[in-house]
Design a protein around this ligand. Structure first.
Ligand code: SF4
Length: 316
């Protein structure tokens, strides 16, 4: 698998750029994901010329929308500067696979940032100005917050999306109808697992590529929807459904005993006795043994969505 390139809030890499001169080193990011990814750090507040240390800023709700202002003096408004900075770095996001942002920050937070609206207690429904601008201009880019990465299911989901994005970016399947169909075919069971309806609708979208807008435009539309669908965390039943579909391929090749052991492993997962990695590892074993008979299965990204050594399927 390719090495990833990720944009990251600088403070998560241990850079002392926070308002108080500190950092928020994220060890899973640097020590674990860092084995497979190169990082491109951005600190928007330093990027717009604020010092270290500096007065903290916060989000306030005004008649003209959400503003990022100094905590002690709301007349010092950084909103436009942060938006311009985000726009200025967009070219540097063209060859990345995702962005990890610092939670809760009025600049970098992705969701539930404190938003002051005149009441004593702020609501937690703001989005950092920098990240909001990036999200607007880069739909389809996987973006995740540092805090959410300690949730096993969210971390697994994010890393999976990073690798799908990396395939899209590096293979450029929008260059031909065949490449686009091949790309979609590889994501078939992964997509089915996350969002069955979108699995159907995206299949229809690509059903006739003869009389369409340009492939690049159609591909972009397809990809944004695909990435949106993959954000959904699959329920256990959705995973079981895909496992059963995959089991269906082995009718001829496996003995009754082997099929029974696969079924047993799927049932154990269904009953939360073993993690998802157990039936998947067994399926992969048989795909490996009978690969020639299953060229379609060999290429399915649901079997190998990211490096196994990340161990992300062990707890789910
Ligand atoms: S949260 Fe963002 S703006 Fe704040 S220190 Fe970290 S990188 Fe800089």
């Amino acid at each position: 698998m390719n090495r990833l390139t990720l944009a990251v809030s600088s403070c998560l890499l241990g850079d002392s750029v926070r308002y108080n001169g500190g950092h928020k080193l994220h060890r899973w990011l640097t020590n674990t994901l860092g084995q497979y990814a190169d990082f491109r750090p951005f600190c928007p507040e330093v990027g717009i010329g604020l010092g270290i240390p500096r007065e903290p800023i916060r989000l306030i709700q005004t008649d003209t929308g959400t503003r990022a202002v100094n905590t002690t003096n709301a007349a010092v408004d950084h909103t436009e500067a942060l938006q311009h900075y985000a726009q200025s770095i967009l070219p540097q996001l063209d060859d990345i696979d995702g962005y990890v942002v610092m939670q809760g920050s009025p600049s970098c937070g992705m969701e539930r940032v404190k938003l002051y609206n005149g009441h004593a207690i702020p609501e937690k429904n703001g989005v950092g100005i920098h990240t909001q601008t990036v999200l607007q201009h880069r739909p389809g880019l996987p973006v995740e917050e540092s805090g959410r990465l300690s949730d096993a299911a969210l971390a697994e989901n994010f890393v999976q999306r990073l690798y799908v994005h990396n395939q899209w970016r590096t293979q450029q399947p929008w260059q031909s109808a065949k490449a686009l169909i091949d790309f979609h075919s590889r994501q078939k069971y992964l997509l089915m697992m996350h969002d069955y309806n979108r699995y159907k609708s995206l299949g229809r979208l690509l059903a006739d590529l003869s009389d369409r807008e340009s492939l690049a435009e159609l591909g972009q539309r397809y990809f944004i929807e695909l990435m949106d669908a993959l954000k959904k965390i699959p329920k256990r039943g959705q995973r079981v459904n895909v496992l059963q579909h995959l089991l269906g391929y082995f009718k001829q090749q496996l003995s009754d005993k082997e099929k029974a052991s696969l079924r047993h492993s799927i049932e154990q997962y269904q009953n939360a006795i073993v993690p998802f990695i157990v039936p998947i590892a067994l399926l992969k074993h048989y795909v490996f043994l009978h690969g020639d008979a299953f060229p379609y299965l060999v290429q399915q990204s649901v079997l190998d969505p990211y490096p196994e050594s990340l161990g992300l399927r062990n707890p789910i």
